[in-house]
Design a protein around this ligand. Structure first.
Ligand SMILES: C[S@@+](CC[C@H](N)C(=O)[O-])C[C@H]1O[C@@H](n2cnc3c(N)ncnc32)[C@H](O)[C@@H]1O
Length: 422
């Protein structure tokens, strides 16, 4: 006679084959036994068969609607496959059945977060924290939720508390550095970046941002940093830039081009740092072929969906231009030189191409030369651009000052340029 105790013991010992055989035999004799059905679900899950485990947990719930662990495990499986709606309803039912179980509540809160239901996530994490104030996973996730809700000061307090309990949690330190920096608490951000560098965590970003806060101007932002920033930003880039930051540079550049070359038509444009394609969109009317390059694969994914570009390449700018076989007659760089200080390599590599070309770009303003600003972005002075244009035999057809985008409620000033190799 197959026994559930025996099956359970095998399961405990990791003897999954034996456990499964006993449970199958038991269920053949007792088809409506919810406990055996649940244990078989756990066994096949341990064997890596998620599909069958899911079926078993659903069957368990049919047999015993109040089987909390079956609801909970079903929630985990839905969550892991990215079906957050189904996970939410499974976890919510489990939480209803076992209100004192904080693991269930924690998973439910994570699911709310995934669904973008940030207020519900925040309330639930806060509830867990009231019961277990030193739970660092909850502190971390509540801080993260507050950050997403733009409550930076709340997030800072939570991360500071977390780091008292778990000073070695470098992902928390990383977020804290970002928040100090964002809130202008530069004196606090500096030692955080130093500590991240010392602990070998997100070093490229930390070095770049530390340089920006300590008055050191580097030649350009590290590729790994740019890639990370924009990979994280890609999904909400268009909405964020256009709606929140008032970004309109591509349109301003297009209008400026019309003032000097009203009928301009180009055979092949190269959109440098094309991002999601906002710049490409505004120049499709005057280009037969458009190629885009960018460091961030996720930005390129967004650009691909717009069907604007004949080709998209994941690359840094200079190596791409230097090895390009196509003869581009238009180069566009909208809001890209804020990540590159020393523009000489780009100017010289474009100038070296033999055909006639128009070179259109925007910069953030700097009083002289180029500087890495405390925001982590570069500014370029007009005299720097003029000198470089002269050195590379470009004529500046026109340039004008323009508001580039908002920082808080203030506009950042910049310049728009149209150059020609004529
Ligand atoms: C602020 S976005 C602007 C995107 C687009 N030009 C627009 O106007 O919406 C800057 C883009 O430049 C890219 N970028 C920055 N530095 C780069 C580099 N050295 N090589 C290639 N792409 C770069 C970033 O990945 C990002 O997608």
């Amino acid at each position: 006679m197959p026994s559930l105790t025996k099956a359970y013991n095998h399961l405990q010992q990791g003897e999954l084959h034996e456990a499964s055989a006993i449970l199958q035999a038991f269920l053949d004799q007792n088809p409506g036994d919810s406990q055996a059905c649940y244990l078989l679900g756990i066994t096949v899950l341990e064997q890596g068969d998620e599909e069958s485990a899911m079926d078993r947990f659903k069957e368990t719930i049919n047999l015993a609607p109040e089987a909390t662990p079956a609801h909970y495990n079903l929630g985990i499986l839905y969550y892991n496959r990215g079906d957050f709606r189904a996970a939410q309803s499974a976890y919510a039912r489990a939480a209803e059945l076992a209100p004192e179980d904080m693991d269930i509540r924690f998973n439910l809160a994570l699911t709310y977060k995934q669904l973008g239901q940030l207020t519900q996530a925040k309330e639930l994490f806060a509830h867990i924290l009231a019961i277990t104030p030193d739970d660092t996973d909850t502190l971390y996730n509540l801080a993260n939720t507050e950050q997403q809700l733009h409550n930076s000061q709340q997030a800072i307090l939570l991360l500071e508390t977390l780091l008292q309990y778990e000073p070695e949690r470098l992902s928390a330190l990383n977020n804290l550095g970002y928040l100090y920096h964002k809130e202008g608490e530069n004196k606090k951000a500096i030692p955080v970046y130093q500590s991240l560098i010392k602990n070998n965590h997100n070093v490229m970003a930390a070095k770049h941002l530390l340089a920006s806060l300590t008055g050191i101007t580097t030649a350009q932002a590290p590729a790994a940093y740019v890639k990370d920033v924009f990979d994280q930003f890609a999904d909400h880039f268009d909405a964020s830039l256009q709606q929140k930051l008032g970004y309109n540079t591509p349109t301003l550049l297009r209008q400026l081009l019309r003032t000097v070359q009203p009928q301009a038509q180009f055979k092949h444009g190269l959109d440098l740092g094309c991002g999601t394609g906002l710049s490409g969109e505004t120049f499709t009317d005057c280009t037969t072929i458009l190629t885009g390059i960018d460091l961030s694969p996720k930005m390129l994914d967004q650009a691909r969906e717009k069907n604007l570009y004949t080709e998209l390449h994941e690359s840094d700018l200079v190596p791409f231009i230097q090895s390009a076989e196509a003869a581009y007659d238009l180069y566009i760089a909208a809001d890209v030189f804020v990540y590159i200080g020393d523009l000489r390599p780009i100017f010289t590599s474009i100038a070296r191409q033999e055909n006639l070309k128009t070179f259109i770009f925007s910069t953030e303003h700097a009083a002289q030369n180029y500087i890495l600003k405390p925001t982590g972005r570069y500014g370029h002075s007009t005299s720097y651009i003029h000198d470089l244009a002269k050195e590379c035999n470009f004529t500046i057809l026109t340039h004008e000052s323009a508001p580039i985008r908002k920082e808080g409620s203030a506009w950042i000033n910049g310049e728009l340029y149209i150059l020609s190799s004529l």
